[in-house]
Design a protein around this ligand. Sequence first.
Ligand code: NDP
Ligand code: 2IT
Length: 443
Amino acid sequence: MSYTMKVLEKVIQKNPNEPEFHQAVTETLTALQPYVDAHPEYERAGILERLCEPERVIIFRVPWVDDSGKVRINKGYRVQFNSAIGPYKGGLRFHPSVCLSIIKFLGFEQVLKNSLTGQPIGGGKGGSDFDPKGKSDREIMAFCQSFMTELFRHIGEDTDVPAGDIGVGEREIGFLYGQYKRLTNSCKGVLTGKGLSYGGSLIRTQATGYGLVYLIDEMLRQHGESFENKTVVVSGSGNVAIYAVEKAQQLGAKVVAMSDSDGFVYDADGIDIKIVKEIKEEKRGRISEYTDYKQSAVYTRGKGIWSIKCDIALPCATQNELDENDAEKLVKNGCFVVGEGANMPATIEATKVFLQNRVLFVPGKAANAGGVAVSALEMSQNSMRTSWTFEKVDRKLREIMTNIYNNISSVAKEVGQEDNFIVGANIAAFKKVADAMLKQGIV
Ligand code: NDP
Ligand code: 2IT
């Protein structure tokens, strides 16, 4: 058995009950196999074993008091996965499904994604099984303060810099940052996604969604295509989805559907993103409310968004939201581009369907890297004690996404797998991390 497959088998055996982590490692090691097996220096240095084992895992208790006076306990996590190319960097997710497997898969992906950004950032991820839905602002604050009361001792501007992810946006980052300052008596750039009045960067809010569309736009351009007049379906209606829709529309696409975990809305005229922003960003409501604003739109409860006919699909909600059946439906309906705004939204079987049918499929570690890339720009601005203009950060984001596309596309070509961006992204990302690890010795 090859070195790569031996490591994969061991990872699965030694980390039981972690299906999402197994899935992420399987995708990556399968893509890396021919490349790694042709380079015995990686096996000699145990690079894959080290890549798949987090440098440190922190699990802690988060006690807080709800509005009725009841004591509540959640689990808190921070997985400091790999610091070969810089401080651990990656978001915090607050969602009831959060468990070690999910945080480890996200941390593993983050290491490779951050490598692709070209910025000096390692990878980490954290979060909690806390459910922010239906909680008052005071409850959110109490939870964030308690979470940071443990987390603060493990993070630092040159050590580990958390940010947002599902359930963690500017409000939560504000509460976390306030508590960090109070505990440490210092105003360091230890979190990204901060508000603009206290060290945040312009474009960070838009970065993941805009970056996704910038990368796909570059890929379309290099294939003689564009977003102009394309029909697009975007799942989710959170931070990533909203700004993916906004940018796709600015580039001339017609986005006909969005969703949340309850169902999806179809608007044949094209989604009015102002309505979605009002429902989601201002009222923290549900996508079903869209039809209150626009009666001609149709809301459907449950899954099914991938049955809608489209040219381009952008899954921007969560892991494994698009399976083999969904992929087959998309292909049958003529979809020819899929870009992962979320982390690992397509199952491995779904990605196989896309590749077999020559769909241009860009995996999340490349397609959604714009968010963390602008986080790294936020870190730079904080260190320099300056803030750049909207135009400057936007230009840098576009450049970074174009570079990522060119990088993953040329690596795919080099290994004789043109347009296989799973192979291109994993090898391109791995090379840089592995090179840094080789040079730093056995650590
Ligand atoms: P938000 O919390 O802002 O939005 C999440 C969206 O996804 C909501 O519409 C939510 O619906 C939906 N969703 C979440 N969980 C599920 C589920 N189990 N089933 C169906 N729908 C679900 O998060 P983000 O937009 O920030 O994150 C979306 C994805 O993008 C995640 O995979 C995240 O890891 C990834 N990502 C985020 C980045 C960022 O900068 N924020 C950067 C790179 C990737 P509901 O309200 O019903 O829960
Ligand atoms: O998955 C991701 O890349 C993020 N949630 C963003 C991480 C960050 O540090 O900005």
